[in-house]
Design a protein around this ligand. Sequence first.
Ligand SMILES: Nc1ncnc2c1ncn2[C@@H]1O[C@H](COP(=O)(O)OP(=O)(O)OP(=O)(O)O)[C@@H](O)[C@H]1O
Ligand SMILES: [Mg+2]
Length: 314
Amino acid sequence: MPETAIQAKGLTKKYGDMFAIRDIDLELNQGDLFGFIGPNGAGKTTTMRIIATLLNPTWGEAYVCGNSIYTSPKEIRRLVGYMPDFFGVYDDMKVIEYLEFFAAAYRIRGPERRKRCDEMLDIVDLDFKRDAYANTLSRGQTQRLGLARTLLHDPQVLLLDEPLSGLDPRARIEMRNLLRRLGQMGKTIIVSSHILPELADICNKIGIIDRGVMSVNAEVAEVMKQVRQRTVLIIKVQGDQEAASKLLGQHDAVESIELKKEQLFVTLHQGVDDYSEIPSLLIGAGHRLMLFREEEVNLESAFMTLTKGTGAKI
Ligand SMILES: Nc1ncnc2c1ncn2[C@@H]1O[C@H](COP(=O)(O)OP(=O)(O)OP(=O)(O)O)[C@@H](O)[C@H]1O
Ligand SMILES: [Mg+2]
């Protein structure tokens, strides 16, 4: 059994009569990469700040590696790396000095301090800016410096508030790869974003929150299964598609076939996901396969279907 890294039960924060978050339940194991998706004002930052022990909930429970936010905030701060959505850098500090300043605050001492800072610069691919002034970095580089700072004390759990926002497409890809790598290192990560597709393929779990309420909270694979009622295969054989279509139409697994642009779109019956007999059937009848693949589900439209009515802009 993997250890539960983050657990929240009925987490609620009210400002006056307004619920910033309402009854949030969450359970993440070590190594989980959780995409926390929601529009402006949904409650993402509030939830993450509560788990980081920077904000008290009105009621509800939260634990990080078994430590309660109420009774063990110190232990939690040691375990958690929190990257806020916006952070300032000091004008007169070089990149390496900035990191060393925070390393000192984490009580990383002696030669270990410099070594650790250099390692972090390497991880976020910022060694080439080691001696540049921190306030001269571009937005993407500043985000990476923020992540390096968050990683300094080797936290088990990362709470990253919109680390991809404001990055150009290339920097996004690099940051996503970095998140994936951190996940593979066994860290538990919550990463927030407004945009679902940019997280869906790196995360294993997804939560969608709107107006304080988490309407979807599941494994990405599970959500995909819900969305994908039927498997569709795209097949093309050499020559005429008609004969292949006729042959496939007789197979038990096949519900319907459509011919579009010289390709057969073969929809299987609901619940059928083993289609291993299909290629052998075609080849056995003398067809030469040019193309055989499963149609990909369009993530954006899939999640729109799931969150219909919640008003979540994804
Ligand atoms: N200190 C505060 N006082 C009053 N209301 C607050 C306070 N902090 C947050 N809120 C409200 O709580 C709700 C949730 O805010 P939160 O910052 O968690 O949203 P978010 O999902 O992080 O949004 P964004 O995508 O814009 O960062 C919002 O309606 C916000 O106005
Ligand atoms: Mg926020």
